[in-house]
Design a protein around this ligand. Structure first.
Ligand code: GDP
Ligand code: ZN
Length: 368
């Protein structure tokens, strides 16, 4: 396997230089099964685990490698095994808030960042042009896609069963200004030439979308063979029946790389502040025109948002979605701050103890 075809470039080579001096080799994570990884590298494909030292130093789940990550490895060709010593800095990161045991934060549970795909150039946001078509959901996914650092591209699948594709595209255009939108049909293997430009050798794309939208079928079209198994959807809501969440990085015959991500049923953005501002630029701009800078957009006089809503210039559904995402953001921000404060308190406590010790020592020696 050629590193360039796997997505290697100067960005990674730069941070890898000191690791190379240690005799390590670069590899890319293709699959992950509970901390057992499948790695592609120049010498082929290997099973890999992180080193003991790595595990000891890792604090959060996001410190561990995820699919698409470049890692520094030590290979044992005889055993077809490798040990991971470091994760190279990520060029882009697509993650979600995963709910830990104990439930949602609203009910006292905990969340943590979960990596869906790392080092991706393009995020294909897949939506079905069937009963499940939902502009609000596309908007939500889009916010996370911008935040990842990769370029979002909207792919509307199942064009074969849609009567008015143009109308759907216009609907999407309204929530996704400046984003490329394509319609395809995986069933008819139609429309894929348009998205080929994002799948050049060494370029990585992640497929994102609810289960049942046709991600697997699309990958099969791109592969030119039915390698992955698709799931039948229920007629009533077009949702997939129990799609397994097996994920892998796939090298296409064209040289491009695709990473499938699980159907994100309860999709929550992790760190979407920038993505949010970019996606709802029009709303943020409107808010700047409110009479009061701290306008809550409820009963304040001179509220630009309220008047835009009344005049029909701002879609209520879009505004509601914006509020929802904003609330989520604020909630995450306070949690992060709390963590930061606790960290500082701990650091201060340590310093204070050291200071106290030193003073006692000096006093005992009769120096003060
Ligand atoms: P995934 O859950 O996103 O991976 O979706 P799948 O690829 O498993 O597809 C879910 C269902 O949608 C399957 O029954 C597919 O046959 C069907 N499907 C996928 N693409 C198309 C398409 O372009 N047109 C139509 N009519 N059905 C499709
Ligand atoms: Zn206002």
């Amino acid at each position: 396997m050629n590193l360039i075809d796997l997505g290697w470039n100067d960005f990674f080579a730069g941070s890898f230089a000191p690791l190379k001096l240690r005799g390590l080799k670069p590899g890319r994570i293709a699959e992950e099964h509970r901390e057992l990884y499948e790695i592609f590298c120049e010498d082929g494909q290997f099973k890999a685990e992180v080193s003991g030292k790595f595990r000891f130093a890792a604090q959060a789940r996001a410190d561990f490698p995820g699919i698409g990550d470049w890692v520094a490895i030590n290979v044992f060709p005889g055993e077809a095994k490798a040990i991971i010593h470091a994760v190279l800095p990520r060029k882009s990161l697509f993650s979600r808030r995963a709910v830990l045991a104990g439930g949602m934060p609203e009910t006292g549970g905990k969340t943590e960042e979960q990596i869906l795909a790392a080092n991706i150039d393009t995020v294909f946001l897949i939506s079905g042009l069937d009963n499940d078509f939902n502009v609000r959901r596309i908007e939500r996914y889009l916010s996370a896609a911008w935040e990842s650092g990769a370029t979002p591209v909207i792919v509307l699948n199942k064009a074969d069963i849609c009567d008015d594709i143009e109308a759907r595209i216009r609907e999407v255009e309204r929530v996704a200004p400046a984003v490329d939108i394509f319609s395809v049909s995986a069933a008819k293997n139609d429309g894929f030439a348009n998205i080929q430009k994002y799948l050049q050798p060494g370029r990585t794309a992640a497929l994102l979308g609810s289960s049942g939208v046709g991600k697997t079928s699309i990958i099969n079209c791109l592969l030119g063979e039915n390698r992955l198994k698709t799931t039948e959807v229920r007629k009533d809501d077009s949702r997939g029946r129990h799609t397994t969440t097996h994920r892998e990085m796939i090298i296409l015959p064209t040289g491009g790389i695709v990473i499938d991500t699980p159907g994100l049923r309860s999709f929550k953005v992790w760190d979407g502040e920038e993505g949010l501002a970019r996606l709802f630029e029009d709303i943020e701009e409107l808010a700047l025109r409110c009479r009061f800078t701290d306008c809550g957009h409820t009963d304040e006089p001179g509220c630009a948002i309220k008047s835009a809503l009344t005049d029909g210039l701002l879609d209520p559904g879009r505004y509601e979605n914006y509020q929802k995402l904003q609330k989520e953001q604020r909630f995450l921000a306070t949690r992060k701050n709390q963590k930061e404060v606790r960290k500082q308190q701990r650091a201060m406590g340590k310093k204070f103890k050291q200071y106290h010790k030193m003073m006692t020592r000096l006093r005992n020696k009769g120096l003060i």
